[in-house]
Design a protein around this ligand. Structure first.
Ligand code: KDG
Length: 322
């Protein structure tokens, strides 16, 4: 099997994104996208020159075909995307700019989906071993008990075979019975090598601390790098030796913020693996996130290195003109 750089495991869905802002009850037109946090990151890293692969299950339906074709078309290895003859592909809707301007909310139709039926048998050691990095998120263990076991197996195999593990906390409160269930389950993964998170997730996972205090606690738990995404306020990262914080790029409008965090992860990881310093990695992450929030869809606007450069140079020029 050809070697991979980064492998991931998680659900990919069909996203129906509202064409107009406002409450979904009064939205009449939707645009179809393929999306899912782990897939978004794998597409992003593929655009940035890495060989990526995804372990998942899709339904034996038109949406499953769309997902497989899209991932394959974006250069993600789909040899471990199983078509489940019994399951169906999950779907979710995106409501934009309502009730909070600039924010998006989701409505899921995914319980019992093909991906939620993944088991440990979906994860094989040869595939994990063929990669240098395992990227996982806090969404997969929220899908079902068998998904959690599958994720744990991937985590164990990655540790045993010396892969770098990257974990995005991605606490989706709608998928957990209560916040304490999320914090108990996800604490195991906080000792991954690279941890991506945000202040809202840290409040649930490590309550009663500022985000900087919580980041330092995550380092104590075993992480090597902790990255806190601050949305419109930029991003912060720290290791045992250094810390860095950079502001967000000032962009003219926000179309849909969903997927920005994944674009950030992809660009941060891509630059971190290339050996850039923390501050540079944060800037690349912010740039990728900024590009994604200006369009609907999670990954369509994730940049290549050339696009990143063009965008960042244009932002510099913009600053000089101000
Ligand atoms: O990060 C974006 C994801 O949250 C979105 O694509 C949907 O993967 C998704 C999920 O499970 O919420």
């Amino acid at each position: 099997m050809a070697g991979l750089d980064i492998v991931s495991l998680g659900e990919v869905m069909i996203q129906l994104n509202a064409l107009t802002p406002g409450p979904l009850r009064s939205v009449y037109l939707f645009e179809k996208h393929v999306a899912g946090t782990e897939a978004n990151v794998m597409v992003g890293l593929a655009r940035l020159g890495y060989r990526t692969g995804l372990i998942t299950r899709v339904g034996d339906d038109e949406f499953g075909i769309a997902i497989k074709n899209t991932l394959r078309g974006e250069g993600v290895d789909v040899s471990r995307v199983k078509v489940d003859p019994e399951g169906y592909t999950g779907v979710y809707f995106v409501q934009r700019h309502y009730p909070v301007p600039g924010e998006s909310t989701v409505l899921y139709y995914r319980r019992g989906s093909a991906a939620s039926k993944m088991t440990e048998d979906d994860v094989d050691e040869e595939y994990i071993k063929s990669s240098r990095v395992l990227h996982i998120t806090g969404i997969t263990p929220a899908l079902s008990r068998t998904c959690r076991l599958a994720l744990d197996k991937a985590y164990r195999l990655a540790s045993r075979n010396g892969l770098t593990i990257s974990f995005d906390t991605n606490v989706r409160v709608k998928l957990w019975k209560k916040p304490s269930e999320a914090s108990q389950t996800l604490s195991t993964y906080l000792k991954s090598n690279i941890v991506f998170t945000c202040p809202a997730d840290l409040k649930i996972l490590l309550p009663g601390r500022s985000f900087k205090e919580a980041a330092s606690k995550v380092l104590d738990m075993g992480a090597e790098v902790v990255v806190v995404k601050l949305g419109g306020r930029g991003a912060y990262a720290r290791t045992k030796r250094e810390e860095a914080q950079v502001p967000a790029f000032k962009i003219p409008y926000v179309e849909d913020v969903i997927g920005a965090g994944d674009a950030f992860d992809a660009a941060f990881l891509a630059s971190y693996l290339r050996g850039y310093g923390l501050e540079e990695c944060l800037k690349f992450g912010n740039a990728a996130g900024a590009l994604v929030v200006m369009v609907r869809g999670d990954w369509e606007a994730i940049p290549t290195w050339d696009t990143l450069k063009t965008f960042m140079e244009s932002m510099e020029t913009e600053k000089l003109l101000r």
